[in-house]
Write a protein that binds this ligand. Structure first.
Ligand code: ZN
Ligand code: ZN
Length: 190
């Protein structure tokens, strides 16, 4: 008759056998895939066992349930997100702030734009601007002898905020070597 294998029955048997092997291989594959997938998503051994045995027993029927119920993110994703968050928080924590009003400032600001607190004063040796709190000049290696006006700057403004701002700016200007006509109010000359 020309049927491969001799008769249509044996052909059907062969096709059935191939299909059965294929389905068995597919079944085994999704069991292995599920095991890998659940281990990438949780460290809990009970969840590994439940998912793997569940798919082993139910096969293609249980797979959609597993895909719905599995943990949404993989462990690698959540670790990456934690690292991102940690980096972000470190960046926020390291952002420089005005020590008088606590607003964010840029590292090269000379004066706080929010409260006019002088942020940097000149090195007495090389005249380059130094940040408050530095105890040595990083440019010429001279020790900073006086902490420039941090006490004055962090004192709260009492009566006239504009006068206080003007006196702070003129003090900063004279420290930076700029011409300054008005004598500073808070400091008395000997
Ligand atoms: Zn400020
Ligand atoms: Zn210096």
């Amino acid at each position: 008759m020309g049927w491969p294998g001799g008769s249509w029955q044996s052909t059907a048997t062969l096709a059935g056998t191939i299909t059965a092997f294929y389905l068995a291989a597919l079944w085994l594959t999704i069991v292995i895939w599920t095991n890998r997938d659940i281990r990438a998503r949780t460290h809990e051994i009970a969840a590994h066992t439940l998912a793997t045995v569940g798919i082993l027993v139910t096969g293609f029927v249980g797979l959609p349930l597993y895909l719905i119920l599995r943990p949404r993110t993989t462990l690698a994703d959540s670790e990456a997100r934690q690292l991102e968050d940690a980096a972000l928080y470190a960046e926020i924590g390291a952002a420089p702030a005005c020590d008088a009003c606590d607003n964010a400032i840029e590292p090269d600001f000379l004066v706080c734009p929010h409260c006019a607190n002088p942020l940097r004063g000149p090195c007495h040796a090389c005249k380059r601007p130094l940040r408050h709190g530095w105890i040595a000049c990083p440019y010429c290696a001279v020790a900073v002898t006086h902490a420039p006006r941090r006490a004055t700057a962090s004192r709260p403004t009492t009566s006239a905020p504009l006068d206080s701002t003007v006196s702070r700016l003129s003090a900063l200007a004279s420290d930076l070597g700029l011409p300054n006509e008005e004598p500073r109010e808070p400091r008395r000359r000997p």
